[in-house]
Design a protein around this ligand. Sequence first.
Ligand code: PEP
Ligand code: MG
Length: 585
Amino acid sequence: MSFTLHGIPVSRGIAIGRAYLIAPAALDVDHYLIEPDQIGAEIARFHAAQEAVHAELDALREDLAADAPSEMGAFINVHSMILNDAMLVQETIDLVRTRRYNVEWALTEQLQILSRHFDDIEDEYLRERKADIEQVVERVLKALAGAPSTASLVVHNAASNGHNEMIVVAHDIAPADMLQFKTQAFKGFVTDLGGRTSHTAIVARSLGIPASVGVQQASALIRQNDLIIVDGDHGIVIVDPAPIVLEEYSYRQSEKVLEQRKLQRLKFSPTQTLDGTKIELCANIELPDDAQTAVEAGAMGVGLFRTEFLFMNHKNRLPEEEEQFEAYKRAIELMNGRPVTIRTIDVGADKPLDSMGGDGYETAPNPALGLRAIRWSLSEPQMFMTQLRAILRASAFGPTKILIPMLAHAQEIDQTLDLIQEAKRQLDDAGIAYDPNVQVGAMIEIPAAAIAVRLFLKRLDFLSIGTNDLIQYTLAIDRADNAVAHLYDPLHPAVLNLIAFTLREAKRAGVPVSICGEMAGDPTATRLLLGLGLTEFSMHPSQLLVVKQEILRSNLKAFEKPVADVLAAYEPAELATALAQLQKA
Ligand code: PEP
Ligand code: MG
């Protein structure tokens, strides 16, 4: 049966393919295909795990106190029976054999199939036995986790004919997990949770593949292998589409490919408005190799290197200085003389680090307002100094700037600048080269920083407005929470006036300022930002050409009046009129 789900569009384009469900957190397991010669070993792992759980259940039974209720024993017996049941065991093995799923994937897949049967049972008692099966499967998965597979990770290379490409459907995807998808051949993403500028959405966008988030219940309603269409322009997911709908979307998909090809022609033309104002377009990157994509898209530099992604997936340690140095140097070398703005680690909120847990982080009452970004770095001076030294050392290999996230207080700026001086002294003492004139800038992403921007202009070489957080903190809207996503409004008068004020003050002080939040890569905001006086944009490489196209069509003189009207408009209707005028100007 065909049905449509609605969510938040976060990455443009259309994907058509088969749903690839990622199990909810409790049963969150790796999904990969094994080689044919690994099937025997994979099945042996399953049997070994089955044996281990049998032994666990036997031990539980033996340890039962004499006065324990008799149901307890019966309950353990039921679990032992489930553990031997052909519907669970044989079918799981069949999935390993026929589809070459790793055993964890096969087991969770079979659990979902059984769960669906149980959901259809009328008898309430029997229906509730589903929970027993889930508990048994969880035990087996835990046993399997103790004996990890030696099978190599084989990317699922779905055939590109027909509609066999894979679209990930999940309740939620952590930014770190999303990063791992960079190397895999998925064609789209759908999640139940998330907001437009959640870091998961940002990484999805950087992959340049269509995604919709906040599609409530998607992971419950969509079944493994269902044919789905993800319309990343409108946040729509169509499940089991009718042939005519499929045809329409296939057509739209090919149109988009054509559009993209046409945009490529703009790659080498200079970026300037019709009246001759030169605009600088830079790229946001998450990993050093993304710099290559940035160059290919025609970026003039890297305006934001989100280094925290280097720190993720490092279970119990942070990368050493040498490892970081190599990563920064690689990005700098790939940019081949174009400047690279390296932001110091911005963890916390929706980007927790594995190694943050022990510091009371997980129990922080409100992580977005807690020890995030520079606050965390200043509380971990050793870690911070390691990063600063690594960045400074890399600066010897090409133009580099240091960008500090989430500053608000004068003493934080001063403390940070002191630590940078200290890192330089240490390198001097060790006779290690670095660029002594490396520029230091601040993200303006807290309303206090925008309002008190003079504190920043006096102390720093450049500014970069992080609209994602500026909007979040101005409107008190968690950017990752789909329940309030409808209130996350880049065009709220308070947000626009904060941006305008920052740009104006920076210009007056002669301090360069860019915008590196998602707004910079949104072509519908380009005219407005140009009209507010922005001349440096930093965005995902995938957005660069479409924004450039908008810039090439813009005449700044004509924007003056409508932009003044936008800033003066507080009533939604007035604002809408002024914005419409601007689009026509
Ligand atoms: C921002 O807040 O706008 C920004 C660019 O930083 P991040 O999205 O990494 O928080
Ligand atoms: Mg930010």
